[in-house]
Ligand binder design. Structure first.
Ligand code: ZN
Length: 344
């Protein structure tokens, strides 16, 4: 038998529960509805989507897929936000491809686009991992996450009260050599385009330090570090940045596998930073994925799968529930998001 075909089943007999709905209603602060990551719900009937969200106890859903073109942003606002304004918030974006063409006028141009997006109805700014990995300046050089030329974008977001949900880098192992010691080897085998082995890519720590500088330099802009501050493997690092920067928050999207395999550290992190953590799934409006999150946050179940699929996508380990107290759950499920995403 090949190791690949070996799927041991745990014979532990311990309490197991799978809550259908969250103990309190929940705001999903990090998710998608577009074609690439969110199941293409902009092409499907809205009542079906609302049904799924009702089933899962999600009262509000942050759609990060507004993008930057008028057409896409308008399409998402018209399809989701207009008919159900209380249920959705749509985030806009920055079109980095314009930088080489517009040269030194780009940052102010991008900032002006934010004003237009906000006027149209966008309620936040989504920055994707291209910044720090692939975005290039007019000279063709890779731009750092904290490139000082981009200051107008971050300052304008702060001035407009648009929270910036930012994802930089990726799991630490994606930057390591693709060898027998790489803990995400199977995942990278399936997605070779997710490997950012350094060199030639910048080291993980260079990118993540850029995020810390960026957040510290713009104290009047709210930054939500996606995927547990983009460094779920090192909650001490994330905690230190939360301590240093009151304008920094994190979401827990797509990092169940990371948080749940360090249950003692993760539980302390949730208790200590209960006011700074936002609930989020990143798996589209999938009730099964939500249930796993509820199980992780609410129960003391032990050694269970973190992935709705039989073969876990992020590594062959199991996770443990945190059994968080009600006051922490309330904050993480909806109080923090209600406060941070509606600053006006
Ligand atoms: Zn996402």
């Amino acid at each position: 038998m090949l190791l690949h075909d070996y799927h041991p089943q745990s014979q532990l007999v311990t309490p197991a529960s799978l809550p259908d709905r969250p103990r309190f209603h929940a705001i999903d602060a990090h998710n998608h509805l577009g074609a690439d990551f969110g199941g293409g719900w902009d092409q499907k009937p809205l009542p079906e989507l609302l049904d799924l969200l009702d089933q899962a106890g999600i009262v509000k859903y942050i759609d990060l897929d507004g993008g930057w073109g008028e057409d896409l942003l308008n399409a998402h606002l018209d399809h989701f936000k207009a008919p159900a304004p209380e249920r959705f918030q749509v985030f806009g974006g920055v079109d980095w491809s314009q930088w080489p063409e517009r040269g030194s006028a780009f940052p102010e141009w991008a900032a002006a686009r934010l004003r237009l997006q906000k006027a149209r109805g966008a309620q936040g700014l989504k920055i994707w991992k291209g910044l720090g990995l692939t975005v290039r300046d007019p000279q063709g050089a890779l731009a750092d996450v904290d490139d000082p030329r981009l200051l107008p974008i971050w300052e304008t977001a702060g001035e407009l009260g648009l929270p910036v949900l930012i994802h930089v880098a990726d799991p630490v192992a994606f930057f390591d050599p693709l060898d027998a010691a790489n803990e995400r080897w199977e995942e990278l085998l399936g997605h070779p385009d997710w490997a950012f082995t350094s060199p030639p890519f910048p080291p993980f720590l260079h990118i993540i330090s850029g995020l810390a500088n960026l957040v510290a330099r713009h104290p009047h802009t709210a930054f939500i570090g996606a995927h547990v501050g983009c460094y779920a493997e090192n909650l001490a690092w994330v905690g230190a940045l939360l301590d240093r920067c009151p304008n920094f928050y994190v979401d827990i999207a797509a990092r169940l596998g990371e948080l749940g395999r360090q249950p003692y550290t993760a539980r302390r992190f949730f208790l200590q930073y209960a006011d700074r953590i936002l609930f989020g799934s990143d798996f589209g409006p999938q009730p099964q994925a939500y249930r796993l999150l509820y199980r992780f946050l609410e129960t003391e179940d032990e050694y269970f799968r973190y992935d709705p699929d039989p073969l876990p996508h992020q590594g062959r380990w199991h996770i443990y529930g945190l059994g968080l107290p009600d006051d922490v759950l309330e904050k993480v499920y909806f109080r923090n998001a209600a406060r941070i995403l509606n600053p006006g």
